[in-house]
Design a protein around this ligand. Structure first.
Ligand SMILES: NC(=O)C1=CN([C@@H]2O[C@H](COP(=O)(O)OP(=O)(O)OC[C@H]3O[C@@H](n4cnc5c(N)ncnc54)[C@H](O)[C@@H]3O)[C@@H](O)[C@H]2O)C=CC1
Ligand SMILES: C[C@H](CCCC(C)(C)O)[C@H]1CC[C@H]2[C@@H]3[C@H](O)CC4=CC(=O)CC[C@]4(C)[C@H]3CC[C@]12C
Length: 369
């Protein structure tokens, strides 16, 4: 951590700052960026927890706004030194229309870039996703890959399509002249499946397990590895790269980095059991009961039901053909690019990440303990 005697003169903007990742980025900036003078938190829905942050040495400015509205974004960006653009519509369950996903993730990102250019903000960090690479719809495994591993990225689903488009826009904007004549410096971070305190899907699995009498049923073979990364380490990577964008603009500008830490390589479900197990749930083997073809059939049925019921109600279960394909295809990263380029080391060990996540699950109402 840098010296606390440093001058506080930097203004940061975090879009999506009240989301799962955004909240961790906001808190991490307040703890680990001693040069911060003002932190603007921009989100469609502001969290009440922001109030408690307003008493410290940093001015925390909550901005209720919509990234699809260019004027709102420009007003929030004006005068900021660094923008961390984490706002996004994370939907692989068919809750939102493809048009809405595109509008938020692609048009919203365009608005952020244009706002930087117009107002003279030089440093932009984009929260991308592993999904811009894969898994692809052909089910090709990506096994311990890095940023240079060749992979056939084929996007059909609106979410990965939008993240890939937005990432490309951010990287292409690197070097653009901003107001005042200096070049924009951008980079994109690609988390794998993020976990930790506040993870909605973990919450859903936990409550589902409680409803099923403390059991969850294995749908994915244990041999399929799924990349996971602790939210605190993803937040730390954002803070670190944002700090280094100015000093290492030539090296970091226009680059992509997978987010990684020491979390073990496991299947999606076995990984979740690292936290849900100590909270009283167990994973029941069902391979003989529910072979893969049956799961595919159920997933297709869910998609059909979603379509049929759409005029009446929103039916958006976790299982659909896309989520089944993602969960059932190995996708893991093994890289040290962030360490080489901007000195990233995970802030939280695996043991620490696991303990924090377990404590959070245990603290949830209706714990099975
Ligand atoms: N959750 C995960 O496993 C992963 C997430 N990501 C990316 O990380 C970023 C954050 O995701 P999460 O924190 O998981 O999602 P989240 O849904 O918890 O947070 C997203 C935030 O963006 C805000 N937002 C949505 N639409 C907005 C709009 N039109 N204007 C302003 N704010 C808006 C939401 O209110 C929310 O607070 C997203 O860009 C997502 O694509 C990337 C890889 C994995
Ligand atoms: C919901 C899926 C697990 C349920 C599968 C079932 C019903 C067979 O048990 C999740 C499996 C993999 C997840 C995705 C993955 O971690 C990558 C992601 C990256 C993002 O940028 C956003 C979230 C997500 C798409 C994530 C979503 C949930 C899964 C599909």
């Amino acid at each position: 951590m840098a010296e606390s005697t440093e001058v506080r003169n930097l203004v940061y903007l975090v879009t999506g700052g009240c989301g799962f990742l955004g909240e961790h980025v906001v808190r991490m900036l307040l703890q680990r960026e001693p040069r911060l003078s003002e932190l603007r938190v921009f989100d469609l829905h502001l969290g009440p927890w922001l109030e408690e942050l307003k008493t410290g040495p940093v001015q925390v400015t909550a901005i209720q706004g919509d990234v699809t509205q260019a004027h709102e974004v420009a007003a929030a960006v004006a005068g900021a030194h660094v923008v961390i653009h984490a706002a996004g519509l994370v939907d692989v369950f068919g809750r939102a229309s493809p048009e809405t996903i595109h509008k938020v993730n692609v048009q919203g990102t365009k608005n952020v870039i244009e706002a930087c250019v117009q107002t003279g903000t030089r440093f932009l960090v984009y929260t991308s996703s592993m999904e811009v690479v894969g898994p692809n719809i052909k089910g090709h495994p990506f096994y311990r890959g890095n940023e240079d591993t060749p992979y056939e990225a084929v996007h059909k689903h609106p979410y990965p399509c939008s993240k890939a488009q937005a990432e490309r826009l951010v990287l292409e904007a690197n070097g653009r002249e901003v107001r005042g004549g200096l070049p924009l410096v951008t980079c994109a971070l690609r988390p794998t499946g993020i976990y930790g305190e506040g993870h909605q899907i973990m919450r859903d699995f936990y409550h589902q397990g409680l409803r099923l009498g403390g059991r969850l049923f294995r749908a994915i073979p244990a041999s399929v590895e799924h990349g996971r990364v602790y939210v605190g380490n993803v937040a730390w990577m954002h803070v670190l790269v944002a700090r280094e964008l100015e000093q290492r603009a030539a090296l970091v500008g226009g680059q992509v980095y997978f987010c990684y830490d020491k979390s073990p390589y496991k299947s999606y479900e076995d990984f979740n059991m690292e936290f849900l197990g100590p909270c009283g749930l167990r994973l029941v083997e069902t391979r003989l009961l529910a072979p893969y073809w049956l799961l595919m059939l159920l997933a297709a049925l869910n998609a059909l039901l979603q379509w049929l019921l759409r005029p009446l109600l929103l039916y958006a279960p976790l299982l659909n053909p896309y989520t089944l394909a993602v969960a059932n295809t190995t996708f893991t990263v093994s890289t040290d690019k962030a360490q080489r380029h901007f000195g990233y080391e995970p802030l939280f060990s695996w043991e620490d990440s696991r303990t924090r996540t377990i404590r959070w699950v245990q603290a949830m109402e209706g714990s099975a303990q």
